[in-house]
Design a protein around this ligand. Structure first.
Ligand SMILES: Nc1nc2c(ncn2[C@@H]2O[C@H](COP(=O)(O)OP(=O)(O)O)[C@@H](O)[C@H]2O)c(=O)[nH]1
Ligand SMILES: [Mg+2]
Ligand SMILES: [Zn+2]
Length: 305
């Protein structure tokens, strides 16, 4: 058996880079697929696997998945009761947004942070395309950054067209396995290509009319940027519905709610309607961002209509 890392997944086939440095097109052993019941997929990019090579054609069969350090799941878009694995063995998850659109996407940011917190993967919010910002939009972006930096989340404002920005982006990646996530059209593949030209990812043509919605990246793929430095490009996601998160634990994934919960009157306060709720008080005093509380209450409601 050879150990390797899954670097690309198209559904039926997995491209695996073996310890020997060669790439193998692998399929899953039938038995493995059976245990995938609650997921719509089973092996993902970033997985470490043991496989048997069928040497002649550089193909192989995956026998075992080495226990994951962590993984990221969202609710499957097609089967709501199922989870969809996005990637495994990550050191950080980067949410990429188009900076001009960021102020209207706070709920999306919050969903992403909940998922990252729940799966214990350090998140970072990357605002790309800052070259497009006018003065007003720059101020709006500063406000958005402020909301998240105050909570301890790391943010980065960059342009994929600027060398200085690219080198700070590179520093963020160094020595880590990083997942790039976000809507399509925000510049994920452009960033991957800029950092790792060998990646040669397809990028949407520049058009003033197609700000988003073009899916040029159709599969998830991992690229080696430098020794021990990997970046995972993903197709654009429209929504990121947290999966398998209980209502009782939802507040744990909002740091500003979690830290105030112990001073609520009721130990099992949901912070939605109870009296003497420290969270609602903090909200009223402007200590908690209204957008954050809205995201929390929406998620809490969605779980128990
Ligand atoms: N103005 C500007 N355009 C960018 C920037 N980064 C990417 N783009 C453009 O945005 C479009 C979508 O980029 P793409 O990398 O395909 O986005 P993806 O779907 O997230 O992978 C392309 O036309 C890029 O040239 C940036 O920093 N500034
Ligand atoms: Mg892309
Ligand atoms: Zn409360």
């Amino acid at each position: 058996m050879i150990q390797g890392r899954v670097v690309r997944s198209t559904g039926a086939w997995y491209q695996v880079k073996g310890e020997d440095g060669s790439y193998y097109a692998c399929q899953l052993r039938g038995k493995l697929r059976l245990s995938a019941s609650q997921f719509t997929n089973f092996v993902v990019v970033g997985d470490e696997v043991l496989f048997k090579s069928l040497k002649l054609q550089a193909t192989g069969v995956i026998y075992k998945i080495i226990p994951r350090k962590n993984y990221l799941i969202r609710q499957a878009t097609c089967r709501k009761s199922h989870g969809q694995l996005l990637a495994a063995n990550l050191d950080q998850a980067l949410l990429v947004l188009a900076a001009p659109d960021a102020p209207t996407q706070l709920d999306f940011i919050d969903h992403f942070l909940v998922v990252a917190e729940a799966f214990e993967i350090p998140p970072m919010i990357v605002f790309n395309k800052i070259d497009l910002l006018n003065k007003l939009q720059q101020e709006a972006l500063e406000c958005v950054k402020g909301v998240y930096e105050k909570l301890g989340y790391e943010t980065l404002a960059i342009s994929a067209y600027d060398q200085l920005c690219l080198s700070s982006f590179y520093q963020v990646l160094l020595g880590k396995v990083s997942l790039l996530s976000g809507h399509s059209g925000v510049g994920k593949s452009t960033l991957v290509n800029a950092i790792s030209p060998a990646a040669n990812q397809t990028v949407a043509p520049t058009s003033p009319f197609s700000k988003s919605g073009q899916h040029t990246t159709t599969y998830t793929a991992l690229f080696e940027v430098a020794p021990n430095t990997f970046i995972i490009d993903t197709p654009g996601i429209q929504t990121l519905v947290p999966y398998a998160i209980e209502k009782q634990s939802l507040s744990h994934y909002f740091p500003e709610i979690c830290s105030r919960a112990p001073t609520c009157k009721f130990y099992n306060c949901t912070h939605l309607h109870e009296p003497d709720c420290a969270v609602i008080e903090a909200l009223e005093q402007g200590e908690i961002a209204a957008s954050r509380y809205k995201s929390y209450s929406r998620l809490a409601d969605a779980k128990h209509p």
